[in-house]
Design a protein around this ligand. Structure first.
Ligand code: SF4
Length: 346
């Protein structure tokens, strides 16, 4: 076991990437980077992380921010619940800990948006405590090393036990990061580069030639769906709605429908008697962890700004839209609409 650990850490020291959150791995930096890295690839996170640290260099700056401004900063990273939870956790750290960053696994785990994985990553990387992490990369690498083609709770426990034993007392964070990096650069989901792997002589998956069967097809199943978006335009204003729940909660977007035919009935029901469809914009694919959503946008000119500005609904001018946090895919749809209708406004 010690040999595997040494090989892995030696490989990591030689091959690790220079990443901004590795320059100064304080609990605050590790926390923000780990949350950004959930569901988002490293290269996409780098500019967001730099921008974030300029604007909110520490917990005190973050706790004083406004939630809408934090969401606006997050625009483009997706999975906005992450940003909302960071903001809630910052307020809680200010209130509960008087601005001191939590120092134990349990304190971190009790904050919004912090699961076992993130609490363990922070404790091992920022505090040097021996907590193994189990994200998708580490799970895949670990399962392959142990030759675990099948997967269930019992095997998850066994894998965690293996990681705990393999983890060095000194610098456990480097061990966790090495496994994550190995999963990102060598032990790839589809074609693992076993010939280049520093731990191939310890890998049961490689020895039995079953590495490509892990994880199995059932683990990767993605559900497909279609969503019709209606961009209602009336006298230079566009109707936007605020999401009340789900992973896009508190972000703004366009009214959504499961069937195209529902759009006309919706306008009539809302009292927008005269309307015409004026075009269809490019369909865009939005990926979530487990499903793929094809967004099909239609533009409708409506005579009346039906429904008014009640509750989670607003008719806003194109210039005002800049202030509202929108998922980036919606921002792209909006840009296309502006290019088609009034290019001078972009
Ligand atoms: S030998 Fe291949 S399957 Fe095993 S850990 Fe290395 S890259 Fe992954």
């Amino acid at each position: 076991m010690a040999l595997l650990t040494n090989q892995l850490i030696r490989w990591f020291r030689k091959n690790k990437r220079d990443l901004p959150w590795r320059e100064n791995p304080t609990p605050y930096c590790v926390w923000i980077s780990e949350i950004m890295l959930q569901q988002t690839v490293v290269n996409a996170v780098i500019p967001y992380f730099r921008k974030w640290m300029e604007k909110y260099p520490d917990i005190a700056h973050l706790a004083k921010a406004k939630e809408a401004e934090v969401l606006r900063m997050w625009e483009g990273l997706g999975y906005y619940a992450r940003a909302r939870n960071i903001f809630k956790a910052a307020i809680e750290i200010e209130k509960k800990f008087g601005g001191r960053m939590p120092e134990t696994w349990e304190e971190w785990r009790g904050l919004p948006g912090i699961g076992d994985y993130t609490a363990s990553a922070i404790m091992s990387i920022a505090f040097g405590k021996p907590y193994p992490v189990l994200d998708a990369n580490v799970r895949r690498v670990g399962r392959r090393i142990l030759g675990m083609a099948a997967w269930d709770k019992k095997r998850e426990k066994e894998l965690l036990e293996f990681l705990r034993e393999a983890m060095p007392r000194k610098n456990p964070g480097a061990f966790n990061e090495a496994l994550m990096e190995l999963g990102q650069k060598v032990c790839l989901p589809d074609k693992p580069l076993c010939e280049k792997c520093p731990v191939k002589r310890f890998c049961i998956g490689f020895e039995k030639n079953i590495q490509n069967l892990i994880p199995g097809k059932a683990d990767r199943k993605i559900t497909k769906k279609k969503t019709y978006l209606a961009l209602f335009v009336s006298r230079g204003k566009l109707l936007i709605v605020k999401r009340e729940k789900g992973i896009l909660k508190d972000l703004w977007g366009f009214p959504e429908f499961q069937e195209e035919g529902e759009i006309a009935s919706f306008i009539k029901k809302e009292g927008g008697r005269r309307f015409k469809e004026t075009g269809k914009l490019k369909a865009r694919i939005h990926y979530y962890t487990r499903f793929r959503d094809e967004l099909i946008p239609f533009v409708y000119e409506v005579e009346k700004q039906f429904g008014g500005n009640a509750g989670s609904r607003r008719w806003v001018s194109f210039n005002e839209l800049e202030k509202y946090p929108l998922p980036s895919v919606y921002r792209k749809i909006l840009e296309e609409l502006l290019l088609k209708t009034c290019p001078a406004k972009i």
